[in-house]
Design a binder for this molecule. Sequence first.
Ligand code: AGP
Length: 575
Amino acid sequence: MCGIVGMISQEEFTTIELLKALKRLEYRGYDSVGYATVEGILQKDTGEIDGFLKTVPEHRTRAAISHTRWATHGGVTKENAHPHAACGNLFFIVHNGIIENYERLRDQLHGHNYVSETDTEIIAHFIEEKIRNGLTVRESIETFIAEAKGTYAVLLLPRGEEKIYAFKKDSPLVLGIVPEGFVVSSDIYAFSDRSQKAIFFEDYEMAEVTATDYMFFKHGMPIAKEIKEFKVTYTEIKKDFPHYMIKEIHEQPAVAERLVTSLKTDQKHKLDRLSDLVRQARKVVFVAAGTSYHASLLGVHFFHETGVETQTIIASEFRNYVTCDEDTLVVAISQSGETMDVLKALKYAREQGARIASIVNVPYSTIQRMSELSLEILTGQEICVASTKTYTNQVIALLALAQKFGYDVNLDTISQRIKECIDTHEGQVKILARELRDCQDIYLIGRGLSYPVARESALKLKEIAYVHAEGMMGGELKHGTIALIEDGTPVVCLIPDEDYEMESNTREVQARGARAIIISNNSEFSPDFLLETSSDGKFAILATVVGQMLAYYIAKERGLPIDKPRNLAKSVTVE
Ligand code: AGP
């Protein structure tokens, strides 16, 4: 959460260019925005980057840092917006993460005047005090690294000196090598339109960057770092779509095809090795959060169908429910590859000797770098906070893996089926969305293959359409929640093939007056949405696509900020 971008260049650039690079990280948070230049110009405000761009004058500079915030400590105010400075205004700071012991650090300092409620401001005062006591900037940063507890990726820009210091622990940070200089940012998307060369920071590393050079240090000693080349398909333009979410929904046939092809060609070897790791393990545990967790639930189901027992656990509870040893394989599933809860779970698993593999979207993300093997889902950047195309490709990757163990699915037809599903049902979803525009609650029920779909569709409805939605196991509904069904309550019933138990659950809610909306691939159930697919993983993908469209069009009917829903951030890099 929070995006940081620093730019340092041999040629002048404008603060508008800086903010445009920052905008590519806006999915990390959009509570407030700000920048500082080496000349000492500081601009910041609450709200999103587009609004900010309209109010700030353009400046030319050769070194600047910027920040887009997802508030943790301190409300959404101009004072709490980054960059921050200390009393002497010697330098500016931007920060992603949480300094857990900021109160203890503050108690060590005397005579400082704090102007914000943030944990970040302590970094500036702490380093400034060390500099005043005679340490160099680098030594001061090393002292901070030694004493700070928590997570941080920090950029420090001295006033009047064309240099950026960058350091990190747990929060992601990368140095992009661009033709005129360097970009230091939370992730590659800040510069991936200009360069595919980067150096990824590991914990406790610091870099001192000028327009022509950089040096990395760890614990005060210079270290050599490798330049990595990465590939991303960059998609910034919304083209004919009003929102990224619907653009990304429509991209699903293309990205699905790309992944299916890659799993048979470039990534075939990795898929084979991953299946070997699964075979060798005594216990296989998936770990993920949010939408990625729902994909992992499907993974467990696909493996179960082949007779291979696996389990999945929500990352933030991993340590409380799972034990690992050297015979355990932990497979992390994450779009960003940076979700802090997943990272913490992996660190815990690694300490216990487990082997780590992953399925990620962002190349060279921290989770990928922690894994001995990582499949990439190749969707390109997903800009809408709500995951759509990345979920579909996570499920495809899991299907391909389960196929190695005998799961029966034809991956070659997935792309075409998704396209047909969108073409056939989008108009009808729009009509339904109009009908459901003012509903307060929606329940979604499924079993086996369709249970994760119920949960994923409910998540989309909550985060985008702000509808209270519950995705449940069909069998569990009557153990309590059915008390909430009243005349007209919408219940989406997901009935794959011959799932007569799900059909009974549908009848049960209808008998209590529910407005059942049936999604099935079996015409016998007179579905509202008849999906043209067999009852394998493709059903789960297509039914979710209907759920994605329903959430999107209800949100559109309600006039909500679809791509940037309130209180959320795409990359959840705090616990
Ligand atoms: C879903 O629409 C959300 N963006 C969220 O639940 C997300 O799936 C979760 O934060 C996990 O993110 P990750 O896949 O990047 O790890």
